[in-house]
Design a protein around this ligand. Structure first.
Ligand code: PMP
Length: 383
C-alpha cells in the first residue's frame, strides 16, 4: 500500500486498466491499418473497431449500429447540442460541455432542488412554454454524484415532441445503464472515466434519428463523424466497456463501502460539515462535502502536500476563483460553494487510505479554522 499518494479523484479521470493497455498495444505497434482501407491491414483494424462497437453497445443495452465513436464526451455532447435544430431545454447542473454550447444556442436551463435534483413540474412547464426540439440532462453529476431521477421523464419529453439526450459520462461503470429502459434518444460516454484511454468517447443515437455531423470529411462512422478512426483508443474503450459490464457488481459495491466509511468518519471527526446532495440517490463512489468557514482550495492544497489528491469543484473548471456553478445552482452562496471538496473513489482505493485521509483531513480543518480565528482576532485588534 502506498500512503504517499492517495488519488481520490476518479471522477476527473481513472488509470488505464492493465487489460485495456494490453489490448491496445498491438494497435499501437504492428497493427497500424486504417479501417477505411480495403486491404487486409485495413480490414483487420475495421474488425477491431466493430468488436469495440459491440462491446460499447452491450454496456448500455444498445445496438452496435447505434454507436458512434468520438474524440471524447465533450465532442459527443457538442454534437448533440449543435444538432438540436430547435429550442433546447437543459438541466440545471449540466457539465460545461453541455452548458456552454447550450447557453450559446439560447437554451433554457431548469432549476434544481437544494439536493441538486430535477424538478419534474418545471420540466413540464418548460416543455409547454418552449416546445423544445431537445431536452438534455446529466444522468449523474460529476461534482456531487447526484443521480437524476428520470422516472417518467422520457415519456413527457417524447409526448411534447422533443428528443432526450442523457450525459451518462459519470454513470458508466458505476450504475447499470440501459438506453432501452431509459428511453434515451442520445447518450454520451467517455472511456477515461471507466479505466479506458483518454480522448475517446461514444455517442449513442437511437435508430432512425437523423444526426447532422459536427465533423464532415471522409464519411467515417456512417457519415456521422468523419476522421480516421483512433483504432488503439477505440479498442481500449471496447475492452473498458467489457470490463465495466463484467464488474458491475464488484466495482460499485467496493466504492460504496469505502465512500460510506469516508462519509461517516468525516461527519464524526469534523464538526460543521455537510454533504452536498445528501438525501438524493448518489453515485456509489462520490462524496462532495463542505466544511464551514474553510477555503476548499487551501484545504485541497494542504492535502495535496501530503499526497492526498482531491478536487475542488470539478477538475474541468478548477483554477477559476468563483465557486462551483453546480453548487450555486443548488442554492449555495459562493462562499459556501467555495468550501466544498469532492472525493471520488475507484478500484485502487482501500480502507487504510480512507482512514489515513480522514485523520489528516480532521487535523487540517482544525488548523485552518484556528488560523482563521486568530486572523479575525488580529483584525479586531487593529481596528
Ligand atoms: N460530461 C461529464 C458529466 C463529465 O464529467 C465529463 C468529463 N469531466 C465530460 C462530459 C467530458 O468528457 P471528456 O473528458 O471525454 O471530454
Amino acid at each position: 500500500m502506498n500512503l504517499k499518494n492517495i488519488y481520490l479523484d476518479y471522477n476527473a479521470t481513472t488509470p488505464l486498466d492493465p487489460a485495456v493497455l494490453e489490448a491496445m498495444l498491438p494497435w499501437l505497434r504492428e497493427d497500424f491499418g486504417n479501417p477505411s482501407s480495403q486491404h487486409s491491414s485495413g480490414q483487420r483494424a475495421a474488425a477491431a473497431v466493430d468488436l469495440a462497437r459491440l462491446q460499447v453497445a452491450r454496456l448500455i443495452d444498445a445496438n452496435p449500429d447505434e454507436i458512434i465513436f468520438t474524440g471524447g464526451a465533450t465532442e459527443a455532447n457538442n454534437t448533440v447540442i449543435r444538432n438540436a435544430g430547435g429550442m433546447i431545454v437543459a438541466g440545471g447542473t449540466e457539465h460545461s460541455s453541455i452548458y456552454e454550447p447550450a447557453r450559446d444556442a439560447g437554451a433554457v436551463f431548469l432549476p434544481v432542488t437544494a439536493g441538486g435534483q430535477l424538478i419534474p413540474a418545471t420540466l413540464g412547464e418548460a416543455l409547454r412554454k418552449h416546445s423544445p426540439a431537445l431536452v438534455s440532462l446529466i444522468l449523474a453529476n460529476n461534482e456531487t454524484g447526484v443521480i437524476t431521477n428520470l422516472e417518467g421523464v422520457a415519456e413527457v419529453v417524447h409526448a411534447a415532441g422533443a428528443l432526450l439526450h442523457l450525459d451518462a459520462v459519470q454513470a458508466a461503470g458505476k450504475i447499470p445503464l440501459s438506453v432501452k429502459a431509459l428511453k434515451a434518444d442520445f447518450l454520451s460516454l467517455s472511456a477515461h472515466k471507466f479505466y479506458g484511454p483518454k480522448g475517446v468517447g461514444a455517442l449513442f443515437v437511437r435508430r432512425g434519428i437523423r444526426l447532422a455531423p459536427l465533423l464532415s470529411g471522409g464519411g467515417q462512422e456512417m457519415n456521422r463523424r468523419s476522421g480516421t478512426h483512433n483504432v488503439p483508443a477505440i479498442v481500449g474503450m471496447g475492452v473498458a466497456c467489457r470490463l465495466a459490464a463484467a464488474r458491475m457488481d464488484e466495482d460499485p459495491a467496493h466504492a460504496l463501502i469505502l465512500r460510506q466509511r469516508l462519509e461517516t468518519n468525516i461527519l464524526d471527526a469534523v464538526p460543521r460539515c455537510s454533504v452536498n446532495g445528501a438525501g438524493e440517490a448518489r453515485l456509489p463512489n462520490t462524496l462532495n462535502i463542505r466544511f464551514a468557514g474553510i477555503d476548499a482550495g487551501a484545504l485541497a492544497a494542504r492535502l495535496n502536500l501530503e499526497g492526498i489528491e482531491v478536487s475542488v469543484g470539478s477538475a474541468c473548471s478548477s483554477g477559476r476563483s468563483s465557486g462551483s456553478r453546480i453548487l450555486e445552482a443548488m442554492g449555495l452562496s459562493t462562499l459556501d460553494a467555495m468550501s466544498a471538496i469532492r472525493f471520488s473513489l475507484g478500484r485502487g482505493i482501500d480502507a487504510a487510505m480512507i482512514d489515513h485521509t480522514v485523520e489528516r483531513l480532521a487535523e487540517m480543518v482544525e488548523v485552518l479554522r484556528a488560523a482563521a480565528r486568530t486572523a479575525n482576532v488580529l483584525d479586531l485588534e487593529t481596528d
